[in-house]
Design a protein around this ligand. Structure first.
Ligand SMILES: Nc1ncnc2c1ncn2[C@@H]1O[C@H](COP(=O)(O)OP(=O)(O)OP(=O)(O)O)[C@@H](O)[C@H]1O
Ligand SMILES: [Mg+2]
Length: 499
């Protein structure tokens, strides 16, 4: 249906695409794999009219085409779900879905019809969201559903999904896959991008791998497996690491005592329910749980980002329960948040400024900013987390999605915390970067950092954690050592949901 021929894209000095051929077929799912910065989003932006190619050609139904804008591409039946959420938070679900394409009737916009169609899309996606809810009041996963609904509402022949599931629960992903299968059965062509490789493999018909702006491999589903993807993405097989050893844990750094966080949407239960947990210096703790288990609520409460109704948080024996976020960062307790795009970065600042933001206090000498100190630190953290960038002066917005996330992680590590909390730290980053982030955390743990990270990918629990805690309904439902099996962890989290 749609082909790219020898497509080249330059962004200033960066060559994001170096002559790529790419084909999209009727009624099939083509998955596009590649490391952070490989050029996946760039290629998709060119196919959907967001960006123009520097060179090369697009061919739609056998004819050469140029899309000057997304509107033109939409008219030709091409719709895209962007990696970065592009919704207006202070507008309703309905208005976000129909923004720029309002349904008209005599006398103005047909709001009732828009609301009806928005509700129908929510039903199709099996999500209980009212069309008039303000998008900003939804959790990230629900916002992603709205983004998907908007793309579906266009009735596209070609639907591009750039990391559509990064914030979705397993059930929501299943529903999305059902919707994708319905669409392909009706002849719609899908392009699907995800760093969740196992999941993407489930929905793949054709797989294509990009590496450094060039296509390195393509194959049919029947001929490939996970190892094929990883090998073609990064050129070797990756292992996410193992729990750091060769040292004794130090004193208890973080002590959570009967912590309780109310659930805003449900007065009958608490999001975090009298939860207690100790973390010692050098210890790496993984928190596993399904969506709604309370992992994010727990980590946010520990970081001072939400109100607690009961219990205490102690850091090195000091009560920090009533400190705000900044005071806790100063005391050495920091959070890498779940929604890094929104909470973690200042989009209008450079990579360097974003990296040094959290620790800027350490570089203020006699009220003057020590530029050399700041620069040294920024260079260190760009190297530590392997950010692919032109340098500290590049704007954050020019980085690929995964690299933006690495900046947030790097930023928090540079504050030199006692305890670092990470909410789904590997979301949206490629397998090589995942391994790098875990390695960095393991190294810091060896030096005495306490690490607490949450994940919904069971393989990641089994990487560097000394202790695995399974949460369900705001409580700890199981606790394991590093020798536990995948099945045991999953069974424990499943039981808590059924209970
Ligand atoms: N607007 C821009 N200005 C400058 N450089 C850019 C811009 N957009 C992308 N790039 C660069 O182009 C390259 C490809 O980025 P792209 O976003 O396509 O990667 P990606 O494969 O989607 O990665 P990810 O998995 O992290 O989303 C990167 O080096 C990126 O920094
Ligand atoms: Mg991308």
């Amino acid at each position: 249906m749609l082909s790219a021929r020898n497509v080249v894209k330059h962004y200033g000095g960066v060559q994001a695409l170096k002559g790529v051929d790419f084909d999209i077929y009727r009624g099939t799912v083509t998955t596009l794999f590649g490391e952070n910065g490989a050029g996946k989003s760039t290629l998709m932006k060119i196919l959907s009219g967001v960006e123009q190619p520097t060179d090369g050609q697009l061919i739609l139904d056998g004819e050469p085409v140029r899309f000057a804008s997304t509107v033109e591409a939409q008219h030709r039946g091409i719709s895209i779900i962007h990696q970065e959420l592009s919704l207006a938070p202070n507008m309703s679900v309905r208005d976000n879905i129909f923004m720029g394409r309002e349904l008209r009737r005599a006398g103005g916009v047909d709001y009732a019809e828009e609301a009806r169609q928005a509700a129908a899309l929510m039903t199709e996606l099996e999500e209980d969201i009212h069309p008039l809810t303000k998008v900003g009041d939804l959790r990230v996963g629900q916002q992603q559903i709205v983004e998907i609904a908007r793309a579906l509402s266009v009735d596209a022949r070609i639907l591009i999904m750039d990391e559509p599931t990064s914030a979705l629960s397993a059930t929501e992903v299943e529903v999305l896959f059902k919707v994708i299968r319905d669409l392909t059965a009706r002849g719609v062509a899908i392009v699907y991008i995800s760093h969740h490789l196992e999941e993407a493999l489930e929905i793949t018909d054709h797989a294509v791998v990009l590496r450094d702006g060039s296509m390195t491999a393509k194959a049919e589903r029947a001929d490939i497996d996970l190892a094929w993807i990883v090998r073609n993405m990064v050129g070797e097989n990756f292992d996410l690491g193992s729990p750091p050893t060769g040292y004794e844990f130090g004193d208890t750094l973080l002590s959570v005592q009967s912590l309780t966080v109310p659930d805003d949407s449900n007065v009958d239960r608490a999001a975090v329910d009298h939860l207690s947990l100790d973390v010692r210096a050098g210890e790496v703790v993984c928190i596993y749980g399904l969506m709604g288990a309370g992992r994010t609520e727990l980590l946010e409460a520990l970081a001072g980002a939400s109100q607690v109704s009961d219990g205490k948080v102690m850091l090195e024996g000091r009560d920090v329960t009533h400190m705000d976020i900044a005071q806790r960062i100063a005391a050495g307790l920091v959070l890498v948040p779940e929604d890094r795009q929104r909470d973690g970065l200042v989009q209008t600042m450079t990579v360097g400024r974003n990296l040094s933001l959290a620790s800027i206090g350490a570089f203020v000498k006699n009220l003057f900013l020590s530029n050399s100190g700041e620069r040294g630190l920024v260079d260190d953290s760009i190297r530590d987390v392997h950010v692919k960038t032109d340098g500290p002066g590049a704007m954050i917005g020019s980085l690929s999605g995964g690299n933006q996330q690495k900046v947030v992680i790097g930023k928090m590590v540079t504050t030199d915390p006692k305890v670092i909390l990470l909410d789904e730290p590997s979301r949206g980053i490629d397998i090589g970067a995942k391994a790098e982030v875990f390695k960095l955390l393991a190294e810091r743990a060896k030096q005495g950092l306490g690490v607490v990270y949450s994940t919904s990918e069971v393989n990641e629990c089994l990487s560097i954690a000394h202790r695995i805690i399974v949460m369900g309904r705001g409580r700890i439902v199981a606790e394991f050592g590093p020798d536990v099996s995948k099945e045991q962890i999953m069974a424990a989290s499943g039981e808590s949901v059924a209970a």
